[in-house]
Design a protein around this ligand. Sequence first.
Ligand SMILES: *[C@@H]1O[C@H](CO)[C@@H](O)[C@H](O)[C@H]1NC(C)=O
Ligand SMILES: *[C@@H]1O[C@H](CO)[C@@H](O)[C@H](O)[C@H]1NC(C)=O
Ligand SMILES: *[C@@H]1O[C@H](CO)[C@@H](O)[C@H](O)[C@H]1NC(C)=O
Ligand SMILES: *[C@@H]1O[C@H](CO)[C@@H](O)[C@H](O)[C@H]1NC(C)=O
Length: 260
Amino acid sequence: MFHTFVLLCLCWWRLIGVFGESVSVMEGESVTLHTDVTKIRENDDILWKFGAENVLIARISGAAGVFPTYDDVPDGRFRGRLKLDHQTGSLTITNTTTEHTGDYQLVIRGAKLLSKTFNVSVYARLPVPVISRDCSSSSSSSSSSCSLVCSSVVNVSHVTLSWYKGISVLSSISASDLSISLSLPLEVEYQDKNTYSCVLNNPISNQTTHLDINTLCHTCEVHDHCCGPTEAVIRLALSALVGVATVAFLLYDIRSTRVR
Ligand SMILES: *[C@@H]1O[C@H](CO)[C@@H](O)[C@H](O)[C@H]1NC(C)=O
Ligand SMILES: *[C@@H]1O[C@H](CO)[C@@H](O)[C@H](O)[C@H]1NC(C)=O
Ligand SMILES: *[C@@H]1O[C@H](CO)[C@@H](O)[C@H](O)[C@H]1NC(C)=O
Ligand SMILES: *[C@@H]1O[C@H](CO)[C@@H](O)[C@H](O)[C@H]1NC(C)=O
């Protein structure tokens, strides 16, 4: 008796579409939302609606045998991107962008009324995170350790930037807003033999940069962002000047000591 009740409830929920289906894709990919109809019957009427306003974006009228898509609503984001399967009524959105994220409601009016909601998430492609030495950090003056920072300028939502030591997470930082520059520090010893990597990920993909301590932690000057050729020459000249001054001072010092 109880089982029958549960089954009835499940069927009913299914009919009114309480159980949505979640679909995740990468930007640029196509996504197909399936009706689970094998063959449209003559008196079926299939509607596809998008967003909170339930804007009608596609329709199949079995009786009329017409399959219009309305890709100019709500604002042209679907233009040229909607394809309907005339056999099943399934809807394909091609070359998706993050703007296609949202709820898609399927309504089938036939012998029975059936409705189902698809929760589609389109994730942006991620840039490769950049690891650089942080020469401004106070601890970079310490002789045995090296301050690093992993950064990423992301204009996408739902991303996390993390430092990994081997396969374990050392630290991470998340952003749920658009237009954010993320950065995460790391301190390592020069002699550290562990493998470190910086990973930028969203719920369905990631980009990884491996840390090469030997090249990055060599000297601060080499990996500065600023160093054009002129800058390098000026730095060289300044170093030379300081060197000459030091030698001169030492010589002077030695001579004055001798004179005394
Ligand atoms: C996919 O859409 C982007 C704009 O979002 C456009 O620049 C690109 O040409 C499209 N690619 C194809 C294959 O239609
Ligand atoms: C859609 O799915 C995403 C991720 O799976 C979730 O964060 C979001 O809350 C869902 N939205 C709805 C309306 O169910
Ligand atoms: C981030 O993306 C939004 C919309 O996708 C855009 O309006 C904004 O100008 C972008 N910001 C930057 C810094 O690229
Ligand atoms: C990154 O994605 C790959 C598959 O693309 C997966 O094998 C790997 O575990 C992911 N790494 C992390 C740190 O999430």
